[in-house]
Design a protein around this ligand. Structure first.
Ligand code: NCD
Length: 319
């Protein structure tokens, strides 16, 4: 199995946040923060990756992640190719690897991969040439490392610390790669009061999320929280028979203004999107003063620029 770190400790692939050290995460966040610009200002740009080519291989739907990886690469001067991967033409890893080999011959330097099947980013990382990097843009229900980083950056921008924060992740934790990557990121960065708040059917297996507090009472779970992160019901990963009814779910588990009062008055509200307004979150909360959901999107480009620069930086532009 190919490691995501090079022998010198630098990042070659980003497949998971698991195993990355606190200084490594902090460095990526610090670099990303330098690339954040206020809305209305021109986006940060450089030619750091001039001459490099990045391919987006997404076999699951995506709006923010795909567009922000594309903008991130372009704003660093790289070329980008977006492959419209037909789900039907992909039979397990085989055809994915053929695609990868083809693109490698065309001088692609980095593959950004989103796939519903566990293990695909690692499979590709195991087969690419030594100069090529693989970045996961979401792997099954397991991990979404750049989302974990951009969420950590968003929290830090508002709270200026991780230690001492109470962070509640609420909703369909069981099927959420976002929750898993946030758990890796936040505990490594020093959050000790991490709560996973979900109805019993949406709780993860008992061996997962070590160190987090499990709570199936919404009010108790967000009581005094500094951060309330809402998650979408991952319908695509659920047996249709088990799908909760939208109105009933909202009544029990939707974040409304009244419920948000259980958290700290200065709590921030997060959501990785896409949002089901009126199911896991009330529209007035999603658009309200405590929401940082749009900051999350903006930070996504900065984080992906920092990651791309880190994995490709040393070679890009060499002739
Ligand atoms: C998430 C994903 O795809 O994992 N979206 C995203 O990348 N921001 C969350 C989701 O689909 O609910």
């Amino acid at each position: 199995m190919t490691e995501q770190l090079r022998p010198d400790g630098s990042l070659r692939h980003l497949l998971t946040l698991e195993g990355l050290s606190r200084p490594q995460l902090e460095l990526l966040l610090e670099r990303a923060q330098h690339l954040v610009r206020p809305l209305g200002a021109r986006a940060a740009m450089s030619q750091a990756l001039a001459g490099a080519t990045v391919a987006n291989l997404f076999t699951e739907p995506s709006t923010r992640t795909r567009v922000s990886f594309e903008l991130a690469a372009k704003r660093l001067g790289a070329h980008v190719v977006n492959l419209e991967m037909q789900l039907s033409s992909r039979v397990k890893g085989e055809s994915m690897l053929d695609t990868v080999y083809t693109l490698e011959s065309l001088h692609v330097d980095a593959f950004v991969i989103r796939d519903a099947q566990a293990g695909v980013p690692q499979l590709v990382a195991d087969h690419v040439a030594p100069h090529v990097s693989v970045l996961s843009a979401g792997e099954a229900h397991l991990s979404h490392p750049t989302q974990g980083l951009l969420d950590a950056l968003t929290i830090y921008q508002r709270k200026q610390r991780f230690a001492g924060l109470a962070v509640a992740i609420v909703g369909d934790i069981r099927h959420s790669r976002v929750a898993r990557s946030n758990w890796h990121a936040l505990r490594t960065l020093g959050v000790t009061d991490l709560r996973i708040v979900a109805p019993p059917a949406l709780m993860p297996e008992a061996h997962e999320f070590a160190g987090a507090t499990r709570c199936s009472d919404f009010s108790a779970g967000i009581d005094g929280a500094d951060v309330v992160m809402m998650l979408r019901i991952q319908k695509e990963r659920m047996d249709q028979a088990n799908l909760p009814d939208g109105a009933r779910y909202f009544a029990a588990w939707g974040l409304t203004g009244a419920r948000l009062k259980e958290a700290r008055p200065d709590a921030i509200v997060m959501h990785p999107q896409p949002m089901n307004r009126g199911i896991e979150i009330a529209p007035e909360v999603a658009d309200g003063p405590q929401s940082v959901i749009r900051d999350q999107v903006r930070n996504g480009v900065a984080v992906r620029m920092a990651v791309l620069a880190e994995v490709l930086g040393t070679r890009a532009g060499s002739t």
